[in-house]
Design a protein around this ligand. Structure first.
Ligand code: ADP
Ligand code: MG
Length: 234
């Protein structure tokens, strides 16, 4: 059961925005609720609070009687695409390696762990492998890489906090190669871990539409690794 008591959320910016102004509600287990309102009325803000992604300015949120404000943050962050190609059972494998590394990065280059039909064509398979080896050569001795296109990874939060200021969020489809490159350049310890790769649900906006598209993403990855990534705008 989800219970909100007088929840207020304010954002401090140039001008203070009160996105939620004393919201109280109860949603029972299994109950279906539609949240309706015009753009900017606070729907996403409310969902972020209930999903524990953000904390309220005041008021209290309870999930199954547990007061959220009493909970501390975790020490680990898991990153994952939302296209159903990865599954939660691999978290156990990531957890087994995280005491030995700051970032445990998934790899899809294990034939036995791939579904027969996935979005990883033979072309992309070897493209990823090649860029992985380039990354390895650039940071020799820091890790072994067979795949640079997997978002699925587990990170220690203290490492992420130090890494985030050096990442450029404007790097889009090549982001994972950028992430690994910046992390290695800063001396973070990365371990690759095989994950099971399933066929995706829904159409891809990324590099998985054609070999031509994958080639352009791959070339941009190589350019980033060799010539440097665009600097983060202040
Ligand atoms: N991170 C933020 N920083 C500043 N203002 C924000 C932030 N997130 C949302 N807001 C503001 O809070 C209000 C509610 O936004 P939001 O929850 O996104 O509405 P909805 O999802 O209903 O469209 C808007 O005025 C929006 O500009
Ligand atoms: Mg919204």
């Amino acid at each position: 059961m989800i219970r909100l008591v007088d929840v207020v959320k304010e954002f401090d910016g140039k001008r203070k925005v009160r996105a939620l102004d004393g919201v109280s509600l109860e949603i029972d287990r299994g109950e279906m609720v539609a949240l309706v309102g015009p753009s900017g009325s606070g729907k996403s803000t409310l969902l972020n609070l209930i999903g524990t992604l953000d904390r309220p300015t005041s008021g209290e949120i309870y999930i199954d009687g547990q007061k959220l404000s009493g909970l501390s943050d975790t020490e680990l962050t898991l990153l994952c695409e939302g296209d159903m190609t990865f599954r939660a059972y691999d978290i156990d494998k990531f957890l087994a390696y995280i005491p030995h590394a700051e970032i445990v990065n998934g790899t899809r280059i294990v034939e036995q762990l791939r579904e027969r039909r996935t979005q990883l064509t033979t072309f992309m398979y070897y493209g990823n492998f090649f860029v992985g080896k380039l990354l390895e050569a650039k940071h020799i001795g820091r890790g072994t890489f067979t795949d640079v296109g997997t978002t699925y990874k587990l990170c220690r939060n203290e490492a992420l906090r130090r890494l985030l200021p050096h990442l450029n969020p404007a790097v889009n489809l090549e982001f994972n190669a950028h992430f690994l490159d910046v992390a290695l350049a800063r001396g973070f310890h990365i371990v690759e871990c095989p994950v099971t790769f399933h066929n995706r649900v829904g159409a891809s906006k990324g590099g998985n539409r054609s070999n031509w598209r994958a080639l352009t993403v791959g070339l941009r990855m190589i350019a980033g690794l060799v010539a440097g990534w665009p600097a983060r705008r202040k």
